[in-house]
Every structure is written in structure tokens, then in C-alpha cells.
Design a protein around this ligand. Structure first.
Ligand code: GLN
Length: 497
């Protein structure tokens, strides 16, 4: 805790670094106090699966040495900033469990590029964060190690699959956390927890060392409570990596346009999305209000159509399971994963290990993918799904000839209660507004716009940018933040330190 009573995890990057530079506190104090606070305040919420106190202390010592030598900047752009990583990201010598019994004992043999870049930027690694098993889900309820609770209301889910990352940031345990998003797994939990969550354009961040779900859809991105912090974090983790042939060169400063305002910006709104079945009135109202605020600030609202977006969910639940089936084949109990003991032949060992190692949702995805890729069935589903993918991508390309950015809902509703959605297909609908962006590959982010009038829970709006023009959505996000303010720490955590 600092002199003014704000816990370090509840500060912005600027505040933290100003305090460090002014020697109000040291990075070593930041690391120790942050770990202590998580041990105490996260006990029930369960955002963290593993703490890395020693690594945080080592990183902090380096930052303090740079400070002592005269310059905080020498320690990197995220110097002294506590961070957490979703548990599908390898960090050498920590467990990378993907919240699955399959990998409960798996120790990272190396560090994922996004994690390495974060550490290289001077951040303090506090630990690994809970998630839906292998990132399959929208509630963190499928974690084999128990769910994470929503910091706004412990009876509700934080969203998923990066629920631990979102909850940790919303509770003010860390200013920044990394998550991954295959169909909505950064944006939906960000909206459920009332914070900023960014899925950059596919290729902006290397996927190397992040356990693959759907390789053509997965993208890593940051959670933060301010747009600037999210942009600073994305600056640190983005860039070319020779280990991921889909990664792109980093020549973008995501903070570049934050102060520009939206005057003259053309922002697309999608009437068909606002009439979608299942969208609650309170979310619709907030999205409409956010559009109006952007117009008040000088943006031009343009109605657009994304006629094929309605097929995105169907295409995703073909392409996603197919890629997951292929990616998860490596967990065979021999090279990787839980090995059920005492089987005389290999086939029986495979079967028993995979049956016991994977939870129900992971098994469902694997079986679905296996079926969809089988001879005969492939032509009926996989091939058309790829054609739909092209149509959706073309929809966005056409729309972005008319607009610079698109505004939509993130999730059709606010955070639901544990156990409230039992039917998996109902759960899948959580991502009805986010999935088409993974299919097309462009950038999308969730920005908090206050609370829903009925549930009094956080609502996020989604800003979508053209491919590799992620700066556009950051620009509009900063304008929204100037109206709604930065995300508050969830009320029941606001007084704790
Ligand atoms: N909820 C979606 C799913 O279950 C998306 C998950 C994700 O983005 N990782 O597949």
C-alpha cells in the first residue's frame, strides 16, 4: 500500500512509474505488497492459480537497480508494473496447466514470446491466471481447479475463457494481465468485469508458447483498467517473432492516437446487431448511448451491414473444434499430459488418459472436431465453413471502405450466475457479437460504458478496427473513456489493500 492508500495493483502504469521515479516506493515493495495482497484478497475469488513471488522479486530488483543507476526508463516501458498471465502461456519453470487435469503437472520448458516481451519490458510477473479448460468456455466454470468469481458479485461468473485475467485486473490486483481470445475470450470477460480488453488483429502478437486452441483464430491481448495501459501493454507484447510465421513486424505505437478525439471519424453501427434476439434492453441502451456520445464528440455514425455475420457462430463451431481436435491430439499421455497408470497396451493408455485428463467441454470439442474432419463429413461442414469465412472477411472489408471503426455490443447480456447456463449451446451464444472478428481476423476490443440499468453490472461496448489498423479502435476507445472515465476497481475490492 502507498502513502495515499491505493494498492499498487489498483494504480495505472503512469501512477506506478511516477511513484517509482519519485522514490515514493521501490519496485521490490511493489512486488512484495502485490503478492501479499493477492494471497489475502484472492483467496475466495480465485483468479490466480500459481504465484511467482521469487520471479517478481528478481524482476523488481532489476528495476530498482536501473532506478538507482538513474533511469527507470532503462528498465523498459513496463518497468515495475505487476502483471499476470493466463495459464495457457508458458513461463519457464511455472506450471502451464490450461486449467486442465491433463496438464496439472506440466512445467513450462520455455517462455512464450508474449510473456518474454512483457518481462523484457520490465514488468513484474506475479503469477498465472485461471481460465476455462484449454480456453473452451465463456464463464471460467470449466476450469478443472474451480471457477473464478466475478469481483463485482461473487455469485456471478467473470466471463471466459480468460476469466482469471479479467477478474484480477477488475479487482485491482494487477493493472495489466494477458489473456487469449479465439472467439471472444478477452472481450467478453472484460465486459463482464467492467474493464478494457483487447483482441488485436491476428498476427499482431506472437502465439509462440501459448497453448493452441484454434491456431487460425487465437490471438493474445491485454486487459487493463485504462485504454492507455492497454495500449502500453500491447506495445510491449506486439511484434515479429521468428517462432510464429503469422506474426507481423511491430512498427505501431498503439498510444499514438489516444488524444486525437473522434472528430471526423466515421463509426459504423450495425442495426441488425441491435435487433439481435437475446440482446437485453439494458445492454442495447448502453450501446446506443455510447454511439450517441461518440457522435456528440464529433464522430459521424454510419449504418452498415454485415450480412454474413449471422453465419459466424455456425462457422466457428466447425472451424474451432476442427482446429482444437488437431491441436489437442498432442496430449497423448506419452509426449504430453496426464498418463493413466497400469495399462498393458498403448491404445488403452491413450483412451483412459484422455478420458480422465480432459473435462466434459474439452471432450465435446474433440469429438466434434474428430467427426467434422472425418471422410464424407468434411465436405459437408469444414469446406463450407471456410467459404463462410471468406464471405465474412469480405463483409468487413466492404464495411471498412465506408467506416474507420465499428461499434457493437460485446456480450448480449451482463454477467450471469454460476450454473445459470447449463446448455452448452446457450453458453456459445455469449460470443454472438465477438466471433465474427476472430473469423475475419481484424482487431476488436471491449470498453466499459457503465452499468446496466436492470442488473447494475458492468456493460462493455465492442470497437472493431480494420486489420492492422488497431490504432483506430484505440482512438475511439480513448474518446469513450473521456466520457465514461477509466474503469473503476470493482466496489467490494475498492477498499481493500
Ligand atoms: N467462448 C468461446 C468458446 O468457447 C470462445 C473461447 C475463446 O475465445 N477462447 O469457444
Amino acid at each position: 500500500m502507498t502513502a495515499i492508500g491505493t494498492p499498487f495493483g489498483a494504480m495505472s502504469i503512469r501512477q506506478l512509474q511516477a511513484g517509482l521515479a519519485a522514490k515514493e516506493f521501490s519496485a521490490t515493495e511493489v512486488a512484495a505488497a502485490s503478492i501479499e495482497r493477492i494471497e489475502r484478497d484472492d483467496a475466495r475469488m480465485h483468479a490466480f492459480l500459481e504465484l511467482t513471488a521469487d520471479m517478481a522479486a528478481d524482476a523488481a530488483a532489476k528495476v530498482d537497480a536501473a532506478l538507482a543507476a538513474g533511469s527507470l526508463a532503462d528498465a523498459g516501458p513496463l518497468a515495475g508494473v505487476p502483471v499476470g498471465f493466463k495459464d495457457n502461456m508458458n513461463l519457464l519453470n511455472t506450471h502451464t496447466t490450461c486449467a486442465s487435469n491433463m496438464l496439472a503437472n506440466y512445467l513450462s520448458p520455455y517462455t512464450a514470446t508474449c510473456v518474454a516481451y512483457t518481462l523484457h519490458a520490465g514488468a513484474l510477473p506475479l503469477g498465472k491466471l485461471n481460465m476455462d479448460e484449454f480456453a473452451f468456455g465463456s464463464s471460467t466454470e470449466t476450469s478443472a481447479f474451480g471457477p473464478t468469481l466475478n469481483p463485482w458479485d461473487f455469485e456471478r461468473v467473470p466471463g471466459g475463457s480468460s476469466g482469471g485475467s479479467a477478474a484480477a485486473v477488475a479487482a485491482g490486483l494487477v493493472p495489466v494481465a494477458l489473456g487469449s481470445d479465439t472467439g471472444g475470450s478477452i472481450r467478453q470477460p472484460a465486459s463482464f468485469c467492467g474493464i478494457v480488453g483487447v483482441k488485436p488483429t491476428y498476427g499482431v502478437v506472437s502465439r509462440y508458447g501459448v497453448v493452441a486452441f484454434g491456431s487460425s483464430l487465437d490471438q493474445v491481448g491485454p486487459f487493463a483498467r485504462t485504454v492507455e495501459d492497454a495500449a502500453l501493454a500491447l506495445n510491449a507484447i506486439s511484434g515479429f517473432d521468428e517462432h510464429d510465421c503469422t506474426s507481423q513486424a511491430a512498427d505501431v505505437d498503439f498510444t499514438a492516437n489516444l488524444a486525437e478525439g473522434v472528430r471526423g471519424m466515421r463509426i459504423g453501427v450495425v442495426p441488425a446487431f441491435m435487433e439481435a434476439e437475446g440482446l437485453t434492453d439494458e445492454v442495447r441502451d448502453r450501446v446506443a448511448e455510447a454511439a450517441q456520445k461518440l457522435a456528440d464528440l464529433g464522430a459521424e455514425l454510419v449504418e452498415i451491414e454485415l450480412p454474413n455475420a449471422k453465419a459466424a457462430m455456425s462457422a466457428y463451431y466447425v472451424l474451432g473444434p476442427c482446429e482444437a481436435f488437431s491441436n489437442l491430439a498432442r496430449f497423448d499421455s506419452v509426449r504430453y499430459g496426464y498418463c493413466d497408470p497400469g495399462h498393458a497396451d498403448l491404445g488403452a493408455q491413450y483412451e483412459a488418459s484422455r478420458a480422465k485428463g480432459f473435462g466434459p467441454e474439452a471432450r465435446r470439442r474433440i469429438m466434434l472436431g474428430s467427426y467434422l474432419l472425418s471422410a464424407g463429413v468434411y465436405d459437408t461442414y469444414y469446406y463450407p465453413a471456410q467459404q463462410v469465412r471468406t464471405l465474412i472477411t469480405q463483409d468487413y472489408e466492404r464495411a471498412f471502405q465506408k467506416v474507420d471503426c465499428i461499434l457493437t455490443p460485446v456480450s448480449p447480456r451482463t454477467a450471469f450466475k454460476f450454473g445459470e447456463i447449463g446448455d452448452p449451446t446457450q453458453m456459445y451464444l455469449s460470443d454472438m457479437f465477438t466471433i465474427s472478428i476472430n473469423i475475419a481476423g481484424n482487431g476488436g476490443m471491449s470498453v466499459p460504458v457503465g452499468l446496466g440499468a436492470n442488473t447494475n453490472l458492468p456493460v462493455g461496448v465492442q470497437l472493431i478496427s480494420p486489420a492492422f489498423k488497431d490504432v483506430n479502435m484505440f482512438r475511439a476507445a480513448a474518446a469513450l473513456e473521456s466520457v465514461y472515465g477509466p474503469a473503476p476497481v470493482a466496489p467490494q475490492f475498492a477498499g481493500t489493500h
